[in-house]
Design a protein around this ligand. Structure first.
Ligand code: GLN
Length: 241
């Protein structure tokens, strides 16, 4: 079976609430099905932009970390990451990693931090922070609820060509106003869902994997014994409401 190459972008600086667990979940669910899974950690500095990846994962971070990585982002990663998105590489971006794909971020001091502009949305810091458990319904995989944790000051407003990842059932989501959560653009899956998200949302993890596996001619995945994962999801959904 093919080896799927996962890039963990800014692995050491964007990793709130166990976001690295998303990479572990994707790797294990590939290996349990007989695929190879190779994880490359890509933080600051130059790299060979011709390296091929099937999935790029970006975790969340506080404003401070987002501020210090922008120099590296624009010096070494911006053109490459935008090109990957436009070439339909699968991207999973969580919270701060999500925000960084948009046009800009207006901080609580009114500064306008320019971000990638690869996906049409913007984010504006707000107070009080949006913190708590979140449940949202996504139409992925025939439609299912996703349970996660959110903690962000940023309110994100999607542009015209960008669909939400889901609709908020409980919690704030993108901005606590329009009922949307996350963003979908080409093969980008972006969400405010921390936790880590994927270990207790196996159907969502498999949607991300299938998005990447399509380019390897694989359109369905064998069933796994998800009794533990689904028990964790049920517990979260029951708890979060
Ligand atoms: N610093 C951003 C905000 O507060 C993102 C936070 C996060 O990644 N959890 O909105």
């Amino acid at each position: 079976m093919d080896t799927i190459r996962i890039c963990h972008l800014y692995n050491d600086i964007l990793n709130l609430y166990g976001d690295t667990g998303n990479v572990v979940s994707m790797k294990k669910r590939l290996e349990w099905r007989g695929f190879g899974a190779e994880v490359t950690e890509l933080s600051f500095g130059k790299f060979d932009t011709n390296t091929k990846f099937d999935i790029i994962f970006i975790g969340g971070g506080q404003d401070f970390e987002q501020g210090i990585l922008t120099e590296d982002l624009f010096k070494y990663k911006a053109d490459w990451l935008t090109g990957q998105i436009e070439n339909d590489t699968t991207v999973l971006a969580i919270c701060g990693g999500y925000q960084m794909l948009g046009n800009y971020y207006i901080t609580d001091k009114g500064e306008n931090i320019e971000f990638l502009g690869a996906v049409d949305f913007y984010t504006k810091a707000s107070s009080p922070r949006m913190i708590g458990n979140i449940v949202y319904r996504t139409e992925l995989n025939g439609g299912h609820n996703v349970a996660a944790f959110e903690n962000h000051s940023g309110k994100t407003y999607l542009g015209k060509g960008v669909k939400p990842l889901g609709k908020v059932v409980k919690g704030f989501g993108n901005n606590g106003e329009d009922g949307t959560e996350g963003a979908r653009y080409r093969n980008v899956f972006a969400t405010y869902g921390h936790g880590p998200l994927l270990p207790k949302n196996p159907a969502f993890c498999d949607s991300i994997l299938l998005s990447a596996l399509k380019t390897h001619g694989v359109n369905d995945l064998s069933e796994l014994d998800d009794r533990i994962e689904n028990a964790a999801l049920k517990n979260a959904l029951d708890l979060y409401g």
